[in-house]
Design a protein around this ligand. Sequence first.
Ligand SMILES: [Zn+2]
Length: 249
Amino acid sequence: MDLSLICPECKKDCKVFKGTISYSQCCSQCKKNYVMNDGILQFVEDKNTETWDTYWKRTPVYDDIMDVLRKMMNVQLRRYLTKQIPTGSLTLEPGSGSAYVSAMLAEKGFQAYALDYAFMPLSMARKQGNKAQLIQGDLFNTPFMSNTFDLTFNNSTLEHFPNPLDALKEMSRVTKPGKYVFVGVPFTYGPLAAYKLKKSSFKGAWDGTTYDRQGLKKLFQDAGLEVVGSRTFFFRCFVGVLGRKIGAN
Ligand SMILES: [Zn+2]
C-alpha cells in the first residue's frame, strides 16, 4: 500500500499506516487500534457489520448465472471507466462488495483501492485472488486523505442509503480536483424498477431507491460536482452519472 491513510475517528494524518501493513496499527493521535486481518485493513469493528454480513451470506455469490451477468456488467463498467483515466491512475471503489471492477482495474495496471463495510465480501475477494487493495471501512467516513484519487466510483451502492448525498460528498472529498466521480444506481425506467426488492429484502435494508437521469444529476450538483455525462447500462438496469470535482474541498 503506497497511500498514507488517516484515522477516520480523528481525521489526523497517520503516517504509521504508510507502507506494508501486516499487523495491528495504532493511531498516533487517538490511540485507536486498527488491525490487519487476512490481508484486509479493518477500520470498522466486526460486530458492526452483522447486518451486511447477513446480506452477503444470503446472496448467491457463487451462483453461475449471477456470476455471468455480474461479469458482463462489470466488464461494461470497467471499459467505460478506463476511458476516463490513464492506466496507473489511483482508483477507489467505496461500497465495493466483492470489488469485481476494482479487481479488473488492478489487473489492467491501475492502483485500485476497494472499501466495504462488511468483511465477508472482501475476504471472499481476497480468496479469489483480487489484486486490489482491500480495506474494511465506512464509506461515509473513509480513511483516505482529501484529494487523493483520480477516479472514485461505485455501482449499485448508493441506492441502499437514506442519505446518498453524504456518501457522494465523501467520494468527492477524496477525489483530486479536476478528476472524476462515477455513480451507478438502478434506473427508474429500466427492468430493475419492476423487481420487487421489498419482499425479498431483510429488515427493509434493501428497498433500494431507483433514479432517473435528472435525479442522479441533481445529486451530483448538490454534492458540488460538475456533471460530465450520463448513461444507462446493462440493459438499462442502471443509470450512471460521471462527474468532475471542480475545486479542492
Ligand atoms: Zn485517531
